[in-house]
Design a protein around this ligand. Structure first.
Ligand code: HEC
Length: 304
């Protein structure tokens, strides 16, 4: 009897000690990191570390290597998949249809409630050029806002409607808002302290290894990694310039996809748990990614 009781007490004590250890370990999770690449955020897209910027920086550069586009040429990835923006520019594709659907919603909602358009336009009844400054810090809301977050916020505040980030409707409206800045260079304001802090957090996430495969984003998207090499039929490319064409219509998925949804797809490949669109960690990553596209023109509608 006494022996069992003592044993039980010892076991309970051991378990408690174990739990304590577990809690202490959880407080500082050990994470490995991919070696950092030297990126100067002030350079934006031109700071590209992959040595490919010269191939995709503008239409003339893309035209010079048009024969690589869609071919099996091992250099094709150096066009950074920008050629659909060029090749398809005259044609109507599913990306245009998504933008049209987003526009229809905005027009109808604004006819019913003009405050909706003014909210999207941050006080102006005009969306031209607005998206080029996103993500940005909203001092009134005390929050970093992406275009998708603004859409969700304005739908809730002005229409009493739940247009949640990650929903097809939210992504289509965001695509429409971004299309109103097509051709304009991205200009994320790095002089805003909350934006710069988010950039640094996003940068940290980019290099942090996670998931069952212990991969970081950088394991596939920096030089000396898998970047430029075939991975199950796809070739990971430079992170510079990516943010410019999101939300994009994804032919393999048959749906428009926001940048956050694309992050989730890569996390799935890393066998890591994807987060919900709009998660603060995704917002930080989006700030990092969009700063790496600063100066590069927005190309929405787009198709990938
Ligand atoms: C296992 C390799 C791998 C890892 C790790 C990985 N990706 Fe990707 N990623 C890819 C491939 C392959 C593509 C498709 C080819 C391309 O566009 O680069 C891609 C595409 C993307 C795109 C879309 C590019 C475009 O122009 O359409 C974004 C954005 C992206 N990844 C972000 C991330 C982020 C953020 C992480 C970390 C959370 C990450 N990736 C981790 C392999 C990876």
């Amino acid at each position: 009897m006494t022996l069992t009781r003592t044993l039980r007490r010892t076991l309970a004590a051991a378990l408690l000690a174990g739990a304590g250890l577990g809690a202490a370990a959880a407080a500082e999770v050990y994470r490995e990191h991919h070696p950092r690449a030297a990126i100067d955020p002030a350079q934006g897209a031109a700071g590209d570390f992959s040595g490919t910027y010269g191939f995709w920086k503008d239409a003339a550069a893309l035209e010079r290597h048009r024969d690589w586009a869609g071919s099996t040429d091992p250099n094709a990835w150096k066009l950074n998949w920008k050629y659909p923006d060029l090749v398809d520019s005259g044609d109507v594709h599913a990306g245009h249809v998504a933008v049209d659907e987003g526009e229809r919603f905005v027009r109808r909602a604004a006819a019913r409630e003009p405050g909706f358009l003014a909210c999207l336009g941050e006080g102006r009844n005009e969306l031209k050029g607005v998206a080029a400054g996103y993500p940005k810090y909203d001092a009134k809301l005390k929050k970093l806002m992406t275009v998708e977050a603004r859409v969700e916020h304005c739908a809730k505040a002005e229409l009493w409607d739940d247009v949640r980030q990650g929903s097809p409707l939210n992504t289509k409206i965001a695509a429409y808002v971004k299309s109103q800045s097509a051709g304009l260079p991205i200009r994320v304001d790095l002089s805003a302290a909350p934006v710069m802090a988010a950039y640094r957090r996003g940068e940290q996430l980019f290099y942090t290894k996670v998931g069952q495969l212990n991969f970081a984003c950088a394991s596939c998207h920096t030089p000396g990694s898998i970047m430029g090499h075939k991975l199950r039929g796809e070739v990971p490319t430079t992170p510079f310039g990516d943010a410019a064409h999101f939300p994009t219509y994804r032919t393999p998925v048959g749906e428009v996809e926001s940048l956050h949804q694309r992050f989730g797809r890569c996390l799935n490949q890393m066998r890591a748990q994807p987060l919900k669109p709009g998660d603060p960690a995704y917002v930080d990553l989006e700030v990092f990614y969009t700063v790496l596209s600063n100066g590069y023109p927005i190309t929405v509608p787009s198709i990938r």
